[in-house]
Design a protein around this ligand. Sequence first.
Ligand SMILES: Cc1cc2nc3c(=O)[nH]c(=O)nc-3n(C[C@H](O)[C@H](O)[C@H](O)COP(=O)(O)OP(=O)(O)OC[C@H]3O[C@@H](n4cnc5c(N)ncnc54)[C@H](O)[C@@H]3O)c2cc1C
Length: 379
Amino acid sequence: MAEVVIVGGGVVGVSIAYHLASLGARDVVLLEREPVLGSGSTSRSAGGIRLQFGTAANVRLSQWSLDFFKRMREDLGADPGLRQVGYLMLVADARHWSDLLANVRMQRDLGVPVQALTPGEVAARFPYVDAADLAGATFCPEDGYADPHAVVQGMARQARRLGVVIRTGAEVTGLRVAGGRIAGVDTADGQLPARVVVNCAGPSAGTVGRMAGVDVPVLPYRRQVYVTAPYPGLPGDMPMVIDYDTASYVRGDGGGLLMGASDPAEPSSFRMDPDDAGVLLLGRTIMRRVPLLAEVQIVRSWAGLYEVSPDENPVLGPVPQLPGFFVANGFSGHGFQHAPAVGRVLAEMILGLPPSIDVGTLDLARFRDGRPIRENAAI
Ligand SMILES: Cc1cc2nc3c(=O)[nH]c(=O)nc-3n(C[C@H](O)[C@H](O)[C@H](O)COP(=O)(O)OP(=O)(O)OC[C@H]3O[C@@H](n4cnc5c(N)ncnc54)[C@H](O)[C@@H]3O)c2cc1C
């Protein structure tokens, strides 16, 4: 009998496992269907980390997680590859600009050192940006990116040391319910009874929820990433530059660059094949904002899945109608950066401790009860 079974060994599942063990939980088992931890959405992430969100809950999740990344080398003996190059969010649309100015006020109240910049200031500080039609921009120097693989492996190593059993190549094929509460999981190797089961299945969250008759409204959407050959025309320590109006971005990556964009017209699917349509999309989005990108040579690309909830906010906590079943899903493209705090908060909820961050508004029941949350800075 396990105390807690975690379904899914991406960054979120591994973080919950690590935090449970670090808070003293015993008999924690993590089951990952792939041979390698973190080979789902986590391995395909751009690794971006920012404090610039539109709700206080998301800002607090980011702040807690950023502190964790900063301490990771000292506390866990693992270098997360954190690079605080900043996030520069560029906006031309007037309505978007008023959203971002409201975000800046809220973020500054929470202690985020974010700045609002005029188009002239953008042109002076970041001369590679075409600032001609901008309404303005926001910049936070604390933001940046880290290495998802290093974070997963660093947390998994510590989790194992603290007694967590991590099994890869172990697909959960069913969830067991008995007496109106969760009772365990089925795998190809047999049943594993458990007092608590946590759904950390990323884009497959809906599938795992259905195994227990629970509707977890999370859908997969393909997102593509393109990496360039070394390009000296842009500074290697350039910030993550976001074209907010088109949800596209570019940042440094070694000597080259890493770019991505979202096609709002692409329907939900489990497709993970990169294609040329993604390059055309970059041409219409981030390449217009950073015209030098027309000179780069794209050498590598991949696609991965965003795990999107109906309001593009995470879905966290216990499932009211099924005691013992917890969800940590629907990160809508931000799960890497929020994983440390989510791991801590879910571990606290499972152990009946007061949560370090109030995530009460991010519960599953909000969709049933008509309490969606607006996050205007989902990229
Ligand atoms: C192109 C791209 C760019 C991104 N950029 C960023 C970014 O810059 N910053 C950021 O914060 N986030 C980013 N994200 C989002 C981020 O990657 C995800 O939110 C995060 O990785 C989610 O982690 P997870 O552990 O929930 O899911 P996953 O990493 O997908 O892990 C879920 C795991 O569950 C396993 N699983 C599923 N079903 C079962 C089963 N039945 N039994 C056992 N195991 C199962 C899967 O194999 C998988 O390993 C990006 C995502 C993509 C695709």
